[in-house]
Ligand binder design. Structure first.
Ligand code: GCB
Length: 599
């Protein structure tokens, strides 16, 4: 077991038909005592889902049976039709599409198996924590079904204290990335549907009662009041917990109640506030009789005043780029520190103080690095395009993804905006759905701002913002593609922008495609000059919008997409990057950088 310092929270799942992982996530998992189960796993493609059929072994939720489902030959017979011992290998974390050519376009079931040895300790609890599996995961340990999780970009966990054996354990995961109309996102999205166990898997060891979760941030609008809570999990929920910030000389002892919960409240005039220029992070320690968790937390406030955005009480203009979780140079889903550093370094070189992590929650390495490097973050869930807003089960899935995202990242100073949707068409069911999500967001995190990427109404010489959802967000996001999907680039500067709401606006997307290294005249599509011409006109227009408080160019780096078919120019890549996937900066990168220098 690798010694880690911080803390968590568990969840108990008892056998019923649909066992869904719940949001009670261990906070700051990488700082806990863990064994990381990353590395080489056994794998089996299963196009029709034979692995789930009864003839492959009885599968009963949480009840070990004569036959256990662990990827072995399940029947004592000569007729063996699957055997994970001799199956192909696959790396975890990592999407399957870019690991094996034959899986590049594969969408369906893939079985993963990992054997690991452990000697469980008495009076300890054990959890399996998955950073992300796209899209649906069904998890079995030693033949016992632990549960399922839906949603490809958020963490989930299962408590396995009872199922974990001394010696060898067999962990089997079915990952299924089949797209579906009722999923979040739905069947059509402008990014690659990378499948598999795309983030790290942890075996976590915790004391019987442990520090499960905590929320430690500045109180809304108060520059010297640190407020939050801690939550214990286990049989001794009521106990003394200490929260310390040694550098500020702060220490508070609180008593958790019978539900394991206690409010924390500090005051200090000495706090050096987190800003993009000085991304100060403090060591914070939370300790109880048997547990101890350490984190690095920054303190800043974020508010709006009329059409302004205020960071630590002062107006700020968000200069930034939208980023997909696409790995630079090698392509595929990114997960590593190296991937995150490359992308965020490009954003910094552009002069950014802000990034939009599109269109789904990115890995935790990314948001922690944004904390470290001083980049404000727009974080979002994949409620994208034609979501089935009228269905309650779709709402439940969306809310679960939102809660898992907020649960994981609520202590990151970099995150200032929780976004609930991207380009969704106006309708009453959609309004009710998103309103409810916005209310939920505020109820669990009142310290941050809410937003959504809306669409403008195009009139004659005028673009207006009057989406009814505008009333319920703190900041309006808006995507526009003048010069690419609509109107000639040169008309941009004459467009008048109006809004029904007295709120700040972020142009959450603008852009155009270009093939890096392809040069020509400014009216030759696909050339860098054509893309750049659009940018030169965009910045003239952006300068004229009085309530504009930020922009995130679409997009920092070219990314894979099933919608972009044009051979040679696109070949399954959306080319709106201002940097190519091979790291080549296009002309538009420099045009935008020059503009950001003036802001
Ligand atoms: C959009 C979407 C984004 C697409 C982009 C495009 O409006 O929000 O996901 O990739 O346009 O390139 O068309």
């Amino acid at each position: 077991m690798k010694k880690a310092y911080l803390f968590i929270f568990g969840l108990l799942l008892f056998g019923n038909a649909e066992i869904l992982a719940q949001v009670n996530l261990i906070q700051n998992v990488s700082a806990r005592k863990t064994v990381i189960l990353d590395g080489v796993w056994d794998s089996q493609v299963d196009v029709v889902g034979v692995g789930s059929l009864a003839r492959f072994g009885l599968i009963q939720d949480r009840k070990p049976t004569k036959f256990t489902y662990n990827g072995d030959n399940p029947r004592n017979t000569e007729l063996v039709e699957q055997d994970m011992d001799v199956a192909e290998k696959i790396n975890v974390p990592g999407d399957w599409n870019t690991q094996k050519e034959k899986l590049f376009l594969y969408e369906g079931n893939l079985w993963y198996r990992k054997k690991f040895a452990v000697i469980p300790q008495v009076n300890k609890r054990y959890f399996l924590y998955f950073g992300a599996v796209n899209y649906e995961a069904t998890v079995y340990l030693n033949g016992i079904k632990l549960g399922q999780h839906k949603g490809g970009f958020t963490p989930f966990q299962f408590e396995i204290t009872k199922e974990l054996k001394s010696g060898e354990n067999k962990l089997l995961v079915n990952a299924n990335n089949t797209r579906g109309e009722d999923n979040i996102p739905t069947k059509i999205a402008d990014w690659w549907n990378y499948g598999g166990i795309t983030r790290s898997v942890y075996l976590v060891e915790e004391p019987e009662t442990f520090i499960a979760d905590y929320f430690i941030q500045l109180e809304k609008g108060k520059l010297s009041e640190i407020k939050g809570w801690v939550k214990m999990s286990g049989s001794q929920k009521a106990q003394a917990v200490n929260v310390e910030i040694p550098e500020l000389g702060l220490k508070q002892s609180v008593q958790t109640d019978t539900t394991g919960y206690a409010v924390i409240n500090f005051s200090s005039k000495k706090i050096q506030h987190w800003t993009p220029q000085t991304p100060k992070l403090y060591d914070v320690t939370i300790s109880s009789a048997n547990d101890n968790v350490k984190d690095k937390i920054g303190f800043r406030t974020i508010e709006t005043r009329g059409t302004e955005i205020l960071l630590n009480g002062k107006p700020i203009f968000l200069k930034g780029a939208a980023i997909h979780e696409e790995a630079p140079f090698r392509t595929g889903r990114c997960y590593s520190e190296g991937d995150a550093r490359t992308l965020l370094t490009w954003a910094k070189e552009l002069g950014s103080n802000y990034i939009r992590l599109a269109h789904y929650p990115h890995n935790e390495v990314m948001t922690r690095m944004a904390d470290e490097m001083g980049l404000l973050v727009w974080s979002e869930v994949p409620i994208y395009w034609n979501v089935k807003f009228e269905k309650p089960e779709v709402y439940a899935n969306a809310e679960n993804q939102l809660l898992e995202n907020i649960s994981r990242d609520k202590n990151r100073a970099s995150i200032i905006l929780w976004s609930v949707a991207n380009e969704t068409n106006e309708s009453e069911p959609r309004l009710q759905f998103l309103k409810k999500l916005l209310e939920k967001t505020k109820s669990i995190d009142p310290t941050r701002l809410t937003t959504a990427a809306l669409l403008p109404k195009e009139g004659k010489g005028e673009f207006s913002l009057d989406d009814p959802l505008g009333e319920f967000v703190d900041v309006m996001g808006c995507n526009e593609y003048i010069g690419w999907y609509t109107l000639p680039a040169e008309l941009a500067s004459s467009i008048k922008w109006t809004s029904k709401y007295q709120k700040p606006l972020i142009i959450s997307e603008f852009g155009a495609e270009a093939v890096a290294g392809l040069h020509g005249k400014p009216d030759e599509i696909w050339t860098e000059e054509y893309q750049n011409r659009i940018f030169e006109n965009q910045v003239k227009m952006l300068n004229s919008i009085s309530f504009l408080q930020g922009t995130s160019v679409w997009v920092l780096m070219d990314f894979r997409s099933p919608l972009r078919l044009l051979p040679i120019k696109q070949d399954f890549f959306n080319r709106k990057g201002i940097v190519s996937e091979k790291g080549i900066k296009k002309m538009a990168f420099y045009t935008l950088k020059t503009w950001y220098e003036t802001k």
